[in-house]
Design a protein around this ligand. Structure first.
Ligand code: NAP
Length: 282
């Protein structure tokens, strides 16, 4: 069994981004990422800080816009429009979830597709569907990068994704399909979940329920990718997979923390670099 080291792979990705950023800077271009945080959700705060830190590491400019929880839809949209118009900002991300009363879809659609480094805008989502895209959503793309770096071939494999969110589950299924996996997407209405997951060569868990995936749901030798970020009964960070119970049955498994999370951020850096290059024809 191999524990996939997301920290190591993400460090390599960030190194590559930093190298390319140096070349861009020599041409007078500094990639800029705007991060909007509305309200004071502690988990969102941690994610935003990690993203800012990664920007520093690779040499980007990052600007944080911290808005109070009672921000109106109009105020938030006006900020997005302002950022769309700024030449020094190449990527815009609005940390989700937004406080109640704010319309996430409207905010996503307001972000210019050229600056949509999360790849949530419907124009970018549609382009991913047909396989002609500039940006891929950070978490699924980060997972694909991890699979590649461990030479895990998806072609012809039975791939099962638990979860069908627009952010993780659905695009994950699409990226596995693009690499010729035979994909099944499961969700809370799926019947006989265990039967389906125990046939998976590659299992991706994106559920949001601590330690949901147990060893009787896993095929011997499966590759198990854990997207979950939950707190266990002791308040400790844990995934959607019961790592201790499952690990010896797997050929590869991602830990939480140190698996998918760092890859998500590294892919955000890649997307922001690409946005800067596209916007400057560099
Ligand atoms: P989400 O929008 O809440 O979606 C969860 C999905 O799991 C839904 O499709 C839901 O089915 C399904 N589900 C829930 N209970 C189930 C059950 N008992 N059996 C089968 N399916 C079930 O969550 P998300 O945004 O995709 O995130 C999932 C997890 O990944 C969370 O822990 C989140 O914190 C984490 N996450 C981590 C990263 C990272 O970088 N590491 C990034 C994003 C998210 P229905 O659609 O039928 O409700």
């Amino acid at each position: 069994m191999t524990i996939i080291d997301g920290k190591k792979v993400s460090a390599l990705v960030k190194e590559q981004v930093a190298e390319e950023t140096k070349l861009l800077k020599a041409k007078g271009i500094i990639p800029g990422l705007a991060v909007i945080l509305v309200g004071d959700d502690p988990a969102s705060r941690v994610y935003v800080n990690n993203k800012k830190k990664a920007c520093e590491e690779v040499g980007f400019k990052s600007e944080e816009f911290k808005l109070p929880a009672d921000t109106t839809q109009e105020e938030l949209l006006n900020l997005v429009y302002e950022l769309n118009d700024r030449n020094d900002i190449n990527g815009i991300l609005c940390q989700l979830p937004l406080p109640k009363g704010l319309d996430e879809n409207a905010v996503i659609e307001a972000i210019s597709p050229l600056k949509d480094v999360d790849a949530f805008h419907k124009q970018n989502v549609g382009r991913i569907m047909i396989g002609d895209y500039d940006f891929l959503p950070c978490t699924p793309a980060g997972i694909m990068e991890m699979l590649h770096s461990y030479d895990i071939d998806v072609d012809g494999k039975n791939c099962v994704v638990i979860g069908r969110s627009n952010i993780v589950g659905k695009p994950m299924g699409m990226l596995l399909l693009h690499e010729n996996g035979t994909v099944t997407i499961c969700h809370s209405h799926t019947k006989n979940l265990k039967e389906i997951t125990s046939k998976a060569d590659i299992l991706v868990a994106a559920i949001g329920v601590a330690k949901f995936v147990k060893s009787d749901m896993i095929k011997d030798g499966a590759v198990v990718i854990d997207v979950g970020m939950n707190r266990d009964e002791n308040g400790k960070l844990c995934g959607d997979v019961d790592f201790e119970e499952v690990k010896d049955k797997c050929s590869f498994i991602t830990p939480v923390p140190g698996g998918v999370g760092p890859m998500t951020i590294a892919t955000l850096m890649k997307n922001t670099l690409k946005a800067a290059k596209l916007q400057n024809n560099a």
